[in-house]
Design a binder for this molecule. Structure first.
Ligand SMILES: C[S@@+](CC[C@H](N)C(=O)[O-])C[C@H]1O[C@@H](n2cnc3c(N)ncnc32)[C@H](O)[C@@H]1O
Length: 245
């Protein structure tokens, strides 16, 4: 697949992406027993959930991200009983079974067009049991041009990694994001990686309509990982939808 923003930088993902949403997803996964994790990435969520006893099918198209997850499973082979890696994307995976739950943390923004969103949601819906749940998050803010600016730094053995990012809204209605990762050792920059990514731009109303078209009905909307109800204008939207037909 084309690089959606991870092929050069997957090794930095867990260092910088530390959203405190594992307990949020565990709330759902602990009741489901077996779940789909769509766009599971490095297993940042799947691995701790599997450690807590959940069983997961991790759908992940990026080879670089899957490699990070595979390395974690090599370190903890007992988790192989609970984690299955499915090396493809949300629209293409085919498992001959249905699930009570599909989770999608940080992945929905990678669907760039309504056509792509509908294909992904229809396939996910087809893999849900009647009454099953799809839960996912989407950021509705930051959809404007921003210059390259610092976006975190992390201390590592003998040095540090600094991340910067810039954004640009392209005429075709998508957000181009550029991440720059600079590694410093002894005060000197020893590596600089520039990772491009493209993300979809979408409204809450559009998402509700696309879910309805694929047999999914919104039952709850939250604005943070502590289940605070969503209010118009909030930047983070967590959606819980139920398969109704
Ligand atoms: C922001 S990361 C989230 C990873 C993980 N879920 C987490 O919360 O840490 C988004 C993930 O979605 C994956 N992705 C991109 N396009 C996708 C698609 N069409 N179907 C499924 N996953 C996709 C990316 O490869 C990446 O691993």
């Amino acid at each position: 697949m084309t690089d959606r923003g991870y092929e050069l930088s997957a090794q930095f993902y867990d260092l910088f992406d530390r959203k405190p949403n594992i307990n949020f997803y565990y709330f759902y996964a602990s009741q489901a027993g077996e779940s789909l994790d769509i766009g599971a990435g490095t297993g940042r969520i799947a691995v701790p959930l599997a450690e807590l006893g959940c069983r997961l099918f991790c759908v992940e198209p990026s080879e670089a991200m899957r490699t990070q997850l595979e390395q974690k499973l090599e370190q903890q082979p007992s988790l192989l009983e609970r984690i299955n890696i499915v090396p493809t994307d949300a629209a293409s995976f085919k498992l001959n079974k249905t699930f009570p739950l599909a989770m999608m943390s940080g992945s929905f923004r990678h669907f760039l067009t309504d056509e792509e969103r509908l294909r992904a949601l229809a396939n996910i819906s087809a893999h849900l049991k009647p009454g099953g749940t799809l839960v996912f998050d989407i950021s509705l803010g930051m959809m404007k041009d921003t210059p390259l600016s610092p976006a975190g730094e992390v201390q590592i053995d003998g040095g540090e990694i600094r991340r910067s990012l810039s954004t640009r809204v392209l005429p075709e209605g998508v957000l181009q994001v550029t991440f720059v990762f600079e590694t410093y050792r002894g005060g000197r920059m020893v590596e600089r990686i520039v990772q491009g990514a493209v993300q979809g731009i979408i409204t809450r109303q559009q998402i509700t309509r696309l879910l309805q078209e694929t047999g999914l009905t919104v039952v709850n909307e939250y604005a943070d990982y502590d289940f605070r109800p969503y209010e118009e204008g909030d930047n983070i939207l967590m959606i819980e939808a139920c398969k109704t037909n």
